[in-house]
Design a protein around this ligand. Structure first.
Ligand SMILES: [Zn+2]
Length: 267
């Protein structure tokens, strides 16, 4: 066991699709190695506002990151900034909006796609700006960062599930099959991560609707999964809020922080 954390944000993954289509991670739940919590995402159910919510614990109506076109940097302490302040190493393989929120904005692919700079909140980054950037490639990017730089906190943020939802809608074989493929990719990496003692959280920013979009208050847009896997988790029933993911990760990392987290979720 160590106190390192991997946070996987599968963009645009609805709770029921995660429950129905992701056989490997649900198999870990059945085998008592993982727990699945249903989370209601904060509002609006949009990507950039909820990246900020997951990574700072601040909901969009308070953070000021209220829609996807707000391109300024975050004004709050994040998992990245707190980890860096505590002398820990941070990394992310993520959509370029994450680089804009915590490193530099506007994103300049030539300068920012490959980031190695210990002065930044995200010290080691592999960022992308194509919604169809293959999830398989993104997970390889993340695994490169993990092996090369041994980060204490690693964010992994693939986009293909959300992309399939925008093209084909919630109730489509393409959306469901993209979730199934993500589950298979995860099954390639999770055994190694768990054997090396990482605490792993797998969640999503928001769900998807049948209008090929999201942003409102429908259950299918708001209900997202939170899988927690690792020895530090209690696997006790609990109500977890999206605003508490940040504090949970900070606590797992052993950071000094003032973020809220559900104590009963941890041992
Ligand atoms: Zn989307």
């Amino acid at each position: 066991m160590n106190n390192k954390v991997i946070l996987v944000v599968l963009d645009g993954l609805n709770f029921h699709i995660a429950q129905d289509c992701m056989g490997y991670v649900n198999g870990l739940v059945e085998d008592n190695q993982a727990s699945l919590y249903k989370i209601q995402c904060e509002l609006p159910s949009l990507s950039r506002p909820l990246y900020e919510c997951i990574l700072t614990g601040v909901k969009p109506v308070q953070s000021g990151i209220a829609h996807n076109q707000v391109t300024r940097r975050s004004q709050w302490e994040s998992i990245f900034s707190l980890a860096k302040k505590n002398g820990r190493t941070t990394a992310a393989a993520a959509y370029h909006w994450v680089s804009e929120l915590y490193n530099r904005t506007p994103y300049n692919a030539v300068e920012d796609r490959f980031t190695q700079n210990e002065a930044l909140n995200i010290q080691y980054g592999l960022f992308y700006h194509w919604d169809h950037y293959p999830d398989e490639a993104l997970f390889l990017d993340a695994e490169y960062l993990r092996r090369q730089f041994d980060p204490d906190f690693l964010l992994i943020h693939p986009m293909n599930i959300d992309d399939a939802g925008h093209k084909f809608g919630l109730d489509s074989r393409q959306y469901r099959n993209t979730a199934r493929r993500a589950d298979i990719v995860l099954s390639d990496y999770l055994p190694t991560w768990l054997a090396e003692g990482y605490q792993v959280l797998i969640t999503s920013d928001h769900g998807m609707n049948n209008d090929h979009s999201h942003g409102g208050t429908l259950a299918e847009e708001r209900d997202v999964p939170l899988f927690v896997i690792g020895q530090r988790f209690s696997h006790q029933a609990s109500l977890v809020k999206q605003t508490e993911i940040c504090g949970t990760v900070c606590e797992l990392l052993g950071l000094s922080h003032d973020k809220a987290f559900p104590r009963e979720i941890l041992r």
